[in-house]
Design a protein. Structure first.
Length: 317
């Protein structure tokens, strides 16, 4: 067998093997349960290795919603929102290209345009000529905006959760600093610090379960090299404008300590009428206030469909 092909096959299978190894060790029950709905789908012209399959959680029934996670995260980020939304919706939660549990085959490149190519492929794979709602968290919010602009007929609404990457222009980080940065990001004390910084009330919200999930994908083969390539490409930034034509809501956490002040100010200037504040959230309203997130999503649905929604005693017409 060709050595390069063998290496690629081993990398893909190693990703699945790693998941099988850790899934029974996951502390958070909602996160552990999500692996039951994890599927591996084939997407054309995404990876240099045609045998690569891409991890995507598929669950629920109803109108389709695509959920896009944030930077250096995975589908487990939505573990508290999924049980609420899947009662009324078919949920599609992929790991972003080069992130989470995605296989990183030799020869692949990583960056904004490759993220968008992957997301467009996901959208085409699941839309079946019917428009899909999109939820994007943090960096996923910026990607959701761009996906909506590129697909005005395939995306019918947007909900952005503490979106990041809407303003400014990230520098391209050259070698070897891109690899040094990725290595630094892998250090346990850095992961713990970022995890605590992301929550409004880290003392009561962050424990072993949260810290485990924040770092659970770091041992996927190729994690550091793909993250370094992403940094060298300039990451995701400046995606706030032009505004998409679809209905849009933005939820910002009152105590968000992740998004820089100048980016928050620009988001307010451009999208002030679309913004709701999650009063008990930091950077992760979908983890800190999932019922509120579902509430705001379904409020617009109920208005459009003249339907009602029951969220654990909170009923909206």
């Amino acid at each position: 067998m060709n050595q390069e092909v063998k290496k690629n096959i081993d990398t893909t299978n190693a990703t699945k093997a790693y998941i099988n190894e850790i899934r029974n060790q996951i502390i958070d029950n909602q996160a552990s349960k999500l692996f039951e709905d994890l599927k591996w789908i084939q997407l054309e012209n995404i990876s240099s290795n045609k045998s690569d399959l891409f991890p995507t959680v598929l669950t629920g029934k109803g109108n389709k919603i695509l959920l896009i996670h944030g930077f250096d995260s995975c589908f487990l980020e939505y573990r508290r929102l999924i049980p609420i939304l899947k009662k009324k919706n078919k949920l599609i939660i992929p790991d972003l290209y080069g992130f989470g549990f995605c296989p990183r085959s030799s020869g692949n490149k990583y960056g904004f345009k490759y993220l968008m190519k992957h997301l467009n492929s996901i959208l085409n794979h699941f839309s079946n000529n019917q428009p899909i709602g999109v939820i994007g968290a943090s960096m996923g919010g910026a990607l959701a905006l761009e996906l909506a602009r590129q697909n005005p007929k395939k995306v019918n609404k947007l909900l952005l959760l503490s979106p990041a990457g809407l303003a400014g222009k990230n520098p391209k980080i050259p070698w070897p600093f891109n690899h040094l940065g990725a290595f630094f990001l892998s250090r346990p004390f850095v992961r713990r610090g970022l995890c605590k910084q992301a929550f409004a009330d880290p003392t009561n919200s962050v424990g072993p379960a949260e810290e485990q999930i924040a770092s659970i994908h770091l041992k996927v083969p190729g994690w550091q090299s793909s993250l370094a390539d992403f940094a060298a490409d300039g990451g995701v930034s400046g995606c706030g404008l032009p505004k998409p034509t679809q209905p849009l809501k933005i939820i910002l956490g009152k105590y968000d300590r992740i998004i820089p002040k100048n980016e928050k100010e620009e988001t307010y200037r451009n999208y002030n009428s679309n913004i709701e504040i999650a009063l008990n959230s930091g950077h992760l309203p979908h983890l800190e206030e999932p019922k509120l997130v579902a509430c705001l999503l379904y409020t617009s649905d109920a208005a459009d469909e003249e339907d009602s929604v029951d969220l654990g005693g909170r009923r909206i017409i």
